[in-house]
Design a binder for this molecule. Structure first.
Ligand code: ACO
Length: 430
C-alpha cells in the first residue's frame, strides 16, 4: 500500500486503497471520489463536518490554533496594515497589488458604484418596511437582467467585470435599501470618497445639509469588511459555489449566497447578539441566561458564541473587541452599558465549565453588532454589512470554481430512509 493511502476493507472482504491528498498546510484529505464506483457505498457526513467539497487556494483556517489567512497572509497583519480594497484585490488576484495595480483597482471600483436607473426604480416596488436582506438578494439577482452581455463564465474578462460590479455596486444597493426603510431620498455615490466613506455617505447623508464622514466610523467599517471578506467554504460561499456549479450566472449565484447568509446560524448572528443583550438587560441577569444556554431542554444558545471551525478562539473576535473599544470611546457613549454587559457576559461564559469543555468562544459576531449600533446602523442592516464584506469572498470563490478544470456540478448523494417501492392507490381507495 502506498504510504499516502488509506486501506478500506468492505464487510465482504474486498479491499480498496483510497489516495490521500496533501494541501500546503492543514489536514490531509482522503480522496473518496472512486468509492461508490468501486464499492457501491456513499459516505455520510451531515453538515459536511469532515468533508472537503473542493480544492481552494484562497483562505486557510486552523480552528484549533485560531489561524485565519487570506492567500497566506495572516488576517491580523492585513487588519493592521492593509485596507479592504487591497484585501479584495488580494483575494481576487492571489497576490498583493503593486502601488499602480492598487490605484487602478481602487479607481475601477470607484467608477462602477452607480446603479442603472432602472434598477433603482425596483426599490419603489418594495414596501417601506421590507427587510434589507430581502431587497439585497432580489436586486443582486436582478443584476443578471442588466449585464447579460458580460456574463460569459468562460471569458476571464467577463469574470473580472462581474467581480468589480459586485464589489462596487453592493454598497449602493445596500444604501438604497436602507434609505427606503427610513423614508429618505436615495443618495448617489461619491467617487471622490473611499469604499467605506462612500458607503457611510450613501447611508447617512441627506440632500438638505452637508455630511462629514467620521474617520473612526470609516476605519471601523474597513476593519469589519477585512475580517468578513472570506472564510473558506462557509455556508454562503458553498452556496455560491453550488449554485454557480450548474453554470448559473454569477449574480444569481451571489443572490443565493446572500439568502444563505441571512440565517441566524450564519450572518444573522450579530443581530441575534444584540437582541440577546437587550433581553438580558442587566449584569444581574447574566447567570440566568448562561444557565439557560447550558440547559439541554432549552433551545436558547448564547448568540455570538461557538463556531463550527474555531474551537480555541476566533482571531476576528479579538480584533473586533479592540475596535469596539475605540468606537465606544469616540461614538458610542450611549452604547457603553451594552458593551460592558457583553464583556461581562464573555467573562462569565469563558470561566464556565460548560463553555470550557465544549470549546465555545466568542465568534466574529459577538462584538460586531455593537460597533454597527454605535455607527447608527440599524440591526436589520447588520447582515447586509456582513454581505458587503463577504461579497469579495463570494466573487473570488466563484471565479476559482469556474476556472477549476476538475470542476463538476455539485450534486451530493443521500442515505434514503423513505418507504420502499409500493403501488399507487387510487384516491377513492385511500
Ligand atoms: N450556546 C450554548 N451551547 C452551545 C452554543 C452556544 N452558543 N454553541 C454550541 N453549543 C453546544 C451545543 O448545544 C452542543 O452541545 P452538545 O454537544 O451537548 O449537543 C455543542 O456545543 C456543539 O454545538 P454544535 O451546534 O454541534 O456545533 P456546530 O459546530 O454545529 O455549531 C454554531 C456552530 C452554529 C455557530 C453554534 O455554536 C451556534 O449556534 N452558535 C450561536 C449562533 C452564532 O453565534 N452563530 C454565528 C457563527 S459565526 C458566523 O457565521 C459568522
Amino acid at each position: 500500500m502506498s504510504q499516502d493511502a488509506y486501506r478500506l476493507t468492505s464487510p465482504s472482504g474486498s479491499e480498496m486503497e483510497l489516495p490521500v491528498r496533501k494541501g500546503t498546510v492543514g489536514p490531509d484529505v482522503i480522496d473518496i471520489s472512486r468509492l461508490y464506483k468501486e464499492q457501491g457505498v456513499f459516505t455520510y457526513d451531515p453538515g459536511f463536518v469532515a468533508t472537503g467539497s473542493c480544492e481552494s487556494a484562497i483562505t486557510f483556517i486552523d480552528g484549533e490554533k485560531g489561524i485565519l489567512m487570506y492567500r497566506g497572509y495572516p488576517v491580523e497583519q492585513l487588519a493592521e496594515h492593509s485596507s479592504f480594497i487591497e484585501v479584495a484585490y488580494l483575494l481576487l488576484n492571489a497576490e498583493l497589488p503593486t502601488a499602480t495595480e492598487l490605484a487602478e483597482f481602487d479607481s475601477t471600483i470607484r467608477m462602477h458604484t452607480m446603479l442603472n436607473e432602472g434598477m433603482l426604480s425596483f426599490f419603489k416596488g418594495f414596501r417601506y418596511d421590507a427587510h434589507p436582506m430581502a431587497m439585497l438578494s432580489a436586486v443582486v439577482g436582478s443584476m443578471s437582467a442588466y449585464y447579460h452581455d458580460e456574463m460569459d463564465a468562460a471569458n476571464p474578462v467577463h469574470r473580472d467585470i462581474f467581480a468589480h460590479r459586485i464589489l462596487a455596486k453592493l454598497p449602493t444597493i445596500a444604501a438604497a435599501a436602507y434609505k427606503l426603510n427610513v423614508g429618505q431620498p436615495f443618495m448617489y455615490p461619491r467617487n471622490d470618497l473611499n469604499y467605506c466613506e462612500n458607503l457611510l455617505h450613501m447611508l447617512f447623508a441627506v440632500p438638505a445639509e452637508p455630511y462629514e464622514v467620521d474617520p473612526v466610523a470609516a476605519e471601523a467599517l474597513d476593519l469589519l469588511f477585512i475580517l468578513h471578506a472570506d472564510h473558506e467554504q462557509n455556508c454562503s460561499t458553498s452556496t455560491v459555489r453550488m449554485a454557480g456549479s450548474s453554470g448559473a450566472n454569477p449574480y444569481s449565484a451571489v443572490a443565493a449566497g446572500i439568502s444563505a447568509l441571512w440565517g441566524p446560524a450564519h450572518g444573522g448572528a450579530n443581530e441575534a447578539v444584540l437582541k440577546m443583550l437587550d433581553d438580558i438587560g442587566d449584569v444581574s441577569q447574566i447567570g440566568k441566561y448562561v444557565d439557560k444556554a447550558k440547559d439541554r431542554n432549552d433551545p436558547f444558545r448564547l448568540m455570538g458564541f461557538g463556531h463550527r471551525v474555531y474551537k480555541n478562539f476566533d482571531p476576528r473576535a479579538t480584533l473586533i473587541r479592540e475596535m469596539c473599544h475605540k468606537v465606544m470611546e469616540k461614538l458610542g457613549r450611549k452604547d457603553t452599558p451594552m458593551f460592558d454587559l457583553a464583556r461581562e457576559l464573555e467573562r462569565v461564559a469563558l470561566q464556565d465549565e460548560y463553555f470550557i469543555e465544549k470549546n465555545l468562544y466568542p465568534n466574529v459576531d459577538f462584538y460586531s453588532g455593537l460597533i454597527y449600533r454605535a455607527l447608527r446602523i440599524p440591526t436589520s442592516m447588520f447582515t447586509v454589512m456582513f454581505a458587503l464584506g463577504r461579497s469579495v469572498g463570494w466573487a473570488a470563490h466563484w471565479r476559482e470554481m469556474i476556472a477549476d478544470s476538475n470542476g463538476k456540478i455539485s450534486r451530493p448523494r443521500q442515505l434514503y430512509t423513505g418507504p420502499v417501492a409500493r403501488d399507487y392507490i387510487a384516491v377513492d381507495k385511500r
